[in-house]
Design a protein around this ligand. Sequence first.
Ligand code: ADP
Length: 488
Amino acid sequence: ENAKLEPGALAEYYRSQFSGLEGVTETFAVMDPAKGNELVRLERLGAEETRVAVSRASQAFKHEWNMSKVTAQARYDALLRWEKLIRDNAKDLSKLVTLENGKPIGEAAVEVAGGADSVAWFAEEARRIDGDVLQGAKRRQRVMVLKQPVGVVGAITPWNFPFSMITRKIGPALAAGCTVVVKPSEETPLSAIALTYLAHEAGFPKGSVQTVCGDAKAIGEELTSSRDVRKIGFTGSTAVGKLLMAQAANSVKRISLELGGNAPFIVFEDADLDRAAQALLGSGLRNAGQTCICADKVLVHDSVHDAFAAKLSEKMAKMRLGHGLDRETTHGPLINQRALAKVESHVKDAVEGGANLVLGGERVKPDDMDGFFYAPTLITDVKLDMSCFREENFGPVLSLYRFHTDEEALEVANDSEYGLAAYFYTSSMRRSWTVSEGLEYGMVGCNDVAVTGVTTPFGGWKQSGLGCEHSKYGIDEFLEKKAVFMTI
Ligand code: ADP
């Protein structure tokens, strides 16, 4: 075990980044959402500390991490050293993710490995930032297109993937030659601090990666208003994404947004119901339903609806809620009281509106823990206007709607302000194509729910976001193009 990755040691590291700011007296608690107890307290930083961090990031961009001095090979090497440290410390890092987020340790390990994959991918991309040579308009003119880093990046990340949301932003930023100020969620800052610490250990200059958190609003305002910050990368709710976009407009910053989703999952009458049920439970209840691509609104053809619901409830009854560090646990708690209250209100609204509660529908206390557990919940016969169906639920709740025709299924699936991920199950070749083409979503799973990976673009349509992460397109979000004209 690496003692440097214990919550207390990380708090110390976080503090040490800001020597000279001992004036900060306010603190906030990082909680274990399963037990409901405090893991550690951190200084609540605000606008002033963010300004200091941005100015250091700006200095690092001009000097130690400047593209004219740091070659692509050197960026690649540093990223691979960081990746290795992540893999070497994967056990401790996974534990940290589980402690602050609550997800089962197996899911945390997958997240950490995915984070390392991301870093490795962008290490490779660092060496593939190629320009172009174009034809000039005049006989003696030649034109080159250079790609250069945008500059200081402000990255604001959520609590549902405390680890991999950081790597998929810092990874490409550093690969491109940018420097970063990260503001993780106050619910889960420890993974971000651990990553920052390991990045420094890997040799990244201190100013090139820094973590600030505390007063989210003040930090967000500082990052979006600073003229030194050239880009905002955000993952989180649509409401905060819109706010940041509006704030960033004033200085016309580049912005990438990964926002909410309310993923439809369509089961056609010719689907393999066992595979579909297994996939739905994997996707819909992953991280207790708290991922932005979780299957959320389930559309099932009338002729297979009852059989499908029976398969789901049988499997859901066997799920085991508990502390994420307990190996028997299949599902952990929700992140906090607010999340719990939202899920409770969605379920209440559905039941009062006449939907059929098949399973769950209540708060539970496994092993007498005081955390934010909610039972895996299955609701059938939901109506289209119910909040559990229309809104992003972010809980372990599956809402089934009965449809009759393909046209209806597609219309209901697309009737949303969101457009992140969508899934469907069918054995028809024709449907596989027509439905894939018809869905207004950035990621579509046809007989598949594994729609994320480093090689493929991740990003939403409509109000689910702007830009994309990962894949060969991901690094472009951190690069500016410059046309250089030469008379020869
Ligand atoms: P959730 O409701 O799921 O926590 P949020 O969008 O509120 O999602 O959180 C995502 C990230 O945005 C977190 O790091 C959070 O602290 C941050 N955040 C929340 N409000 C603001 C704000 N006004 N300005 C900047 N960041 C914010």
